[in-house]
Design a protein around this ligand. Structure first.
Ligand SMILES: [Zn+2]
Length: 175
């Protein structure tokens, strides 16, 4: 297979509430045959409506999806929730499929998600940083991090206790 036959890889990274899914769905709306892939682990579903006409798949494994992907471009939402994010994206790109991923890159303690770091480090990846606004009253600086505003167990906890924060306003979660 020639190098030219590989698909493109775009990765939107940013904190929660920065507009990553909006950017992803905007790209999906412009693609002739778009398939949106969402992780089954995200039980809340997208806060933004997918574009009409786009196929939406919910699955546990991106690599399993990649092995049987429909023709057309693939748009992965909440990429960090796929344990096999890199293997799945690699497989799709190797088959000539254009892949766009939207994902947070840092957890609530400002640590990279390893799968996202590995994906963003792929030589062919075009990484686009999406910044929202810091939620601290009176601040509004570009948000880089996601802050947990209430105690919760685990690195990934689903709930309404997150806020985007700039580097100055980020705090560790309350005990
Ligand atoms: Zn701030």
């Amino acid at each position: 297979m020639s190098v030219d036959a590989r698909g493109k890889l775009v990765v939107y990274v940013g904190p929660m509430f920065a507009g990553k899914t909006t950017a992803l769905f905007r790209d999906a709306a412009a693609a002739p045959r778009a398939c949106i892939v969402r992780p089954a682990r995200d039980t809340r579903g997208p806060r933004v409506a997918p574009p009409p006409g786009a196929e939406v798949r919910v699955c546990d494994s991106l690599a399993a999806f990649a092995a049987d992907a429909p023709p057309g471009a693939v748009f992965v939402d909440e990429g960090f929730l796929f344990d096999d994010l890199v293997a799945g994206a690699d497989a799709l790109v190797a088959r000539g499929v254009d892949v766009t991923v939207a994902t947070i890159q840092y957890d609530f303690q400002k640590r990279w998600f390893e799968n996202v770091r590995e994906l963003a480090a792929r030589p062919a990846a075009r990484v686009v940083v999406v910044a929202g606004a810091c939620a601290t009253p009176g601040c509004g600086a570009p948000s880089v991090y996601t802050r947990r505003t209430a105690p919760a167990a685990g690195r990934v906890a689903v709930g309404d206790f997150y806020a985007p924060a700039c580097a100055r306003c980020w705090r560790a979660p309350p005990e």
